[in-house]
Write a protein that binds this ligand. Structure first.
Ligand code: TMP
Length: 218
């Protein structure tokens, strides 16, 4: 039996981490085994890349978009080979907080051409695609407020690289995600993230449960 790959995507502050925690809890309640991971940073070395990518460097030097793209893909290649593919081959459900759609949306919004994104996907993912992607969709004008509050509350926690981009950038990331969803409606389920947490969780679980049923896990 091969596993099921489920990804959660969305702009900053869309509530992915909260929904991931609720979803993991649901899995435990249904006694379903699963593996939960995230990108960037799903492996030990990937954790180092995460810091390099997301913590502003004291010198003020920033990654060029193409260098950044390759680092996200270095993280993904490592994560895929040592965590994701083995877990799927062993028949597990794998839940990922961000995956390749984030690269298309974020690095796409930074001007990386579509054909470069597709070429790298081909090299690293080959034929692998998520079985289901939940896109938590929200208005960046509202979510960025939430992110700013979070950053203030976590003063000293400097993982802010993309949080600090302006509203236009996040609007364009959102547009990128919505384009993927409209290109691949069978895979990507758009969930309104500006409802209350319980309502969002209900919609998330409904999409996940029907995929699990179809795959014989429920
Ligand atoms: P998060 O853990 O809060 O989702 O933060 C990860 C950040 O990295 C977020 O700003 C999105 C960004 N990112 C990319 O730009 N490209 C990618 O491929 C991935 C996985 C994340």
């Amino acid at each position: 039996m091969s596993g099921v790959l489920i990804t959660l995507e969305g702009i900053e502050g869309s509530g992915k981490s909260t929904q991931m925690a609720i979803l993991a809890d649901k899995f435990s309640k249904h006694k379903l085994s699963y593996l939960c991971s995230r990108e960037p940073g799903g492996t030990q070395l990937g954790g180092e890349l995460r810091s390099l990518l997301l913590k502003p460097h004291p010198s003020g030097e920033k990654w060029r978009p193409d260098a950044e793209l390759l680092l996200f893909y270095a993280d993904r290649a490592q994560h895929l080979e040592i965590i994701i593919r083995p877990a799927l081959a062993a028949g597990n459900v794998v839940l990922l907080d961000r995956f390749e759609d984030s690269t298309r949306a974020y690095q796409g919004a930074q001007g990386v051409p579509e054909k470069t994104l597709t070429a790298l996907r081909q090299i690293v993912l080959k034929e692998l695609r998520p079985d289901l992607t939940l896109l938590l969709d929200a208005d960046p004008a509202k979510t960025l407020e939430r992110v700013n509050v979070r950053n203030c509350e976590e003063a000293g926690f400097a993982e802010t690289r993309f949080d600090q981009e302006g509203l236009d950038f996040h609007k364009s990331v959102r547009k990128g995600f919505l384009k993927i969803a409209s290109d691949e409606p069978d895979r990507v389920r758009v969930i309104r993230a500006d409802e209350n947490i319980e309502e969002v969780a209900k919609n998330v679980w409904s999409a996940v449960a029907s995929k699990l049923r179809a795959a014989g896990f429920l």
